[in-house]
Ligand binder design. Structure first.
Ligand SMILES: *Cc1c(COP(=O)(O)O)cnc(C)c1O
Length: 419
């Protein structure tokens, strides 16, 4: 029996097999910057200073961030990576210490660990929610573990109840990497407020953006003070000026008033952005239930994701095809899809395998055994994941195209003899 007998509707032939594409110019994105950003940028310039400690934009943005997260302190940084680095510096992570994190993340999670001379240790991810779990973290703890960086991938939180219990019982610092999870809610509160420090990114591709920027939040006044010093050369600043008595190794990770102004305007838009993404992805999740060969993402218990992207899993045994062909078939229908996300686990990057962090000498991670098979669930996920891009501008027509395209492609591959 051919697939055409199974489905007599000629429109059900996917575009990759010669059918009509479902959608030609859908999935348009509206401009993300407008008058609001321009107005605050002008105000920033009219201050005649773009320095954070003299102007008001960065300070106002930090206050707004505190309100958004419910955190008492927020410290701006020049990027999400910088915010994570500042968190590690503030938390006293030092050479030889171990920091547990996810193998499926941006290098921005791992770079700061390496600059502290600490050793990244990778915990496996949950096969349905794709984030590290208290169990997978516990399995890799050693007496040298100093911190855990919980990565809330795709806008879905880790099990923060479990992770904070585990970390506090062992005296380990919990840091939250919320770069993909702006607006994500965990048990009624913003992500970033369960760990000692929560770190956010405002790079061009995140829910809201200011070109490049980051923010670290904390409830601990001592950590807040150290975070500020960590982003500003360890110069203490007050109304009288700077005290140049650097007493620990910091960096210049300052945010300028220009980024602060844009970020402040963008923060006003976050709630609407997250609400629209949540509605669109919630409907997509419902629309795709029960398709052959497809596994849908399962948000962590107690979490309302903010959907940075929508991850599907293709089961090769049921579809007869891998993630690459599935994603290509979706693209042929006009759907913004891609496969494999970062391609391979972070520990499989040449930097780790070839010990080439520095031109000469070795980094303390050299003693660690990074190898294929280290995190089997993460590796299997990256082999089978199809990512559907998500944007707050997407319409209900786009939603309809997306549901129909995934259904058509999944049924066709599942029903077609050669796949
Ligand atoms: C984007 C991102 C970062 C780094 O943020 P930058 O602002 O690009 O430095 C860190 N972690 C995760 C999970 C990210 O997605």
């Amino acid at each position: 029996m051919s697939v055409h007998d199974a489905d007599p509707d000629p429109a059900a032939i996917p575009a990759v097999a010669g059918g009509e594409p479902l959608c030609r110019d859908g999935f348009q994105r509206r401009p993300r910057y407008g008058r609001e950003e321009l107005k605050l940028l002008q105000e920033a310039l009219e201050q005649q200073t773009l320095f954070y400690a003299q102007g008001s934009m960065v300070a106002r943005m930090e206050e707004r961030f505190c309100r958004m997260t419910g955190s008492p302190f927020a410290v701006a940084a020049s990027s999400g990576t910088a915010a994570i680095h500042a968190a590690l510096i503030a938390a006293g992570i030092s050479p030889g210490g171990e920091v547990v994190t996810s193998p499926v993340t941006d290098m921005g999670t791992v770079i700061p660990v390496l600059w502290q001379g600490a050793v990244p240790v990778f915990a496996d991810v949950d096969p349905e929610s794709f984030v590290i779990t208290p169990e997978s973290v516990e399995a890799v703890l050693t007496p040298r573990t100093r911190a855990v960086i919980a990565v809330h991938l795709w806008g879905n939180a880790c099990d923060l109840d479990g992770l904070s219990e585990l970390c506090s019982a062992r005296g380990i610092t919990l840091i939250e990497d919320c770069a993909q999870a702006l607006g994500c809610v965990y048990r009624g509160g913003s992500v970033g407020t369960r760990g000692a420090v929560g770190c956010f990114s405002l790079n061009e591709f995140k829910h809201i953006a200011c070109g490049d920027g980051g923010v670290a939040v904390t409830a601990d006044p001592g950590l807040a003070r150290r975070l500020r010093l960590a982003t500003d050369k360890c110069y203490g600043r007050d109304a009288e000026g700077a005290s140049r008595q650097a007493f620990f190794l910091a960096n210049n990770y300052r945010m300028t008033e220009l980024q602060g102004a844009v970020a402040l305007a963008q923060l006003e838009k976050l709630e609407g952005i997250v609400e629209r993404r949540r509605r669109w992805c919630g409907a997509l999740l419902e629309g795709l239930r029960g398709l052959p060969g497809i596994r849908l993402p399962r948000p962590t218990d107690g979490c309302e994701p903010s959907w940075w992207f929508f991850p599907l899993r293709v089961v090769p045994e049921e579809t007869g095809c891998g993630a690459d062909r599935f994603a290509a078939a979706l693209r042929a229908e006009g759907i913004p899809a891609s496969s494999r996300y970062i391609g391979q686990c972070v520990y499989q990057y040449p930097l780790f395998l070839d010990h080439s962090a520095f031109e000469r000498g070795t980094h303390p991670f050299a003693a660690q055994d990074y190898r294929h098979g280290l995190c089997p669930e993460a590796e299997a996920w990256l082999e089978t994941v199809v990512i559907i891009a998500v944007n707050e501008s997407y319409t209900s027509a786009d939603l309809d195209s997306c549901v129909r395209a995934v259904s058509r492609v999944a049924r066709w591959f599942a029903g077609s003899p050669g796949g």
